[in-house]
Design a protein around this ligand. Sequence first.
Ligand SMILES: Cc1ncc(COP(=O)(O)O)c(C=O)c1O
Length: 475
Amino acid sequence: MTDSWVNSAERIGADLHLELSGPGGRRAALTRALREAVRSGRLAPDTRLPPYRSLAADLGVARNTVADAYAELVAEGWLTARQGSGTRVAAGVTPPPGGRRRDAPVPVPEKPASRARGPRHDLRQGTPDVSSFPRAAWLASYRRALQQASNEAFGPGDPAGRIELREALAEYLARARGVRAEPGRIVICSGFAHALRLLLPQVLRGPLAVESYGLGFHRELLAAASVRTVPLPLDEDGAQVCGLGRERAVLLTPAHQFPTGGPLHAERRAAVIDWARARDGVILEDDYDGEFRYDRRPVGALQGLDAERVVHIGSVSKSLSPALRLGWMVLPERYVDAVLDVKGEREAWASALEQLALADFIDSGSYDRHVRRMRQRYRGRRDRLVAALAERAPHVAVTGIAAGLHAVLRLPPGTEGPTVREAARRGVALDGLAGFRHPEAVTSAPDGLVVGYATPAEHAYGAALEALCGALPPG
Ligand SMILES: Cc1ncc(COP(=O)(O)O)c(C=O)c1O
């Protein structure tokens, strides 16, 4: 068995890892390995393969072995061989002459044009206006971070994350969200979902109480890890935390219930802290869009009430971009080591350079400026949504609008599904409330639509609103 890097940069433009293993001798192994490299995309179409002699030398096989393997793959349609241009990966999927062999390339069906392009009007919740990503300011922070980073930053990092970022976050979270955060209790992760995964083995060992409406993706992640979730009913004051029973942990969105939209009432905030103290319980606070508040007074983080009972979790997915994959946990002292053990020695998720850039972005004031700018923009969008509904569909109530990047439109009973379908017919992508319901929830919210008003680019928002209003049921 040979396991080798084909280090032929100037011949094929890249290193290629080929593992020669399995039955049938070296020629069969090489044919399989090359086929697999093309099939998986590691060898891109039109890539020129090394000459027989070079590859044979790199792999320690006979020249004829390579020649035979190439010839077989040319016959199957994976490769092409032309005088003067060598052997290359076929540009498209070319079924071999005489019909497709069992393991020959499978033609990839074209995506329907509409799916390939995405919906015409994207009003799904979950994404900020990515066209407003502050490219220039981020680039400036990245450049400064790179220039100022010590050499040690380019080596293996601390599993807790870069100290520069933890210090910047400690100051920012205390100032903007009322979190009690010392850098030593902050662990950087790649976002909320990663935080949940890190908490699973040590913190979330029993059943977990959750709000009866929430993100299905998070429920699935927990179910896949065999964590049973127990839904807590919701009302206009948020989750009914008085229903907490034998669970030792509860996951809440206290600043802005996801997706219905209200804050957890002050009495319930106090009650859930009392519950955690009495039962040695822990509260996971998902502060996914806490920065975006419009009309009502800021709702500080629940963690500020008891830093030893609440794990505060945030990320830049709503404030900056979900593509950065940067988030944080502010942990009770007693969980820090356990979480770091789960994370392991290698910082596998969040790039240290990205962390340094975010630290600079926060320290230089760019983060605050960006959040303020986006808050104003989203408030404007929210107002336009409310105004459009008042004019075109006054019978449709809109709720959950005091904060966040989405609103809930209340619909007459039985109209949610048909409205989502009618919207789709008009090119509008959005979700019905039912899709967020915990399958074991004892109560159901009235019919409704969750409208993400942050998602479209600024220039596309008016047309999206127009299309949405056209899809709503008549009054
Ligand atoms: C309810 C909720 N929690 C958390 C997040 C953040 O997820 P992540 O940090 O994994 O991107 C989102 C989406 O942005 C969300 O909708």
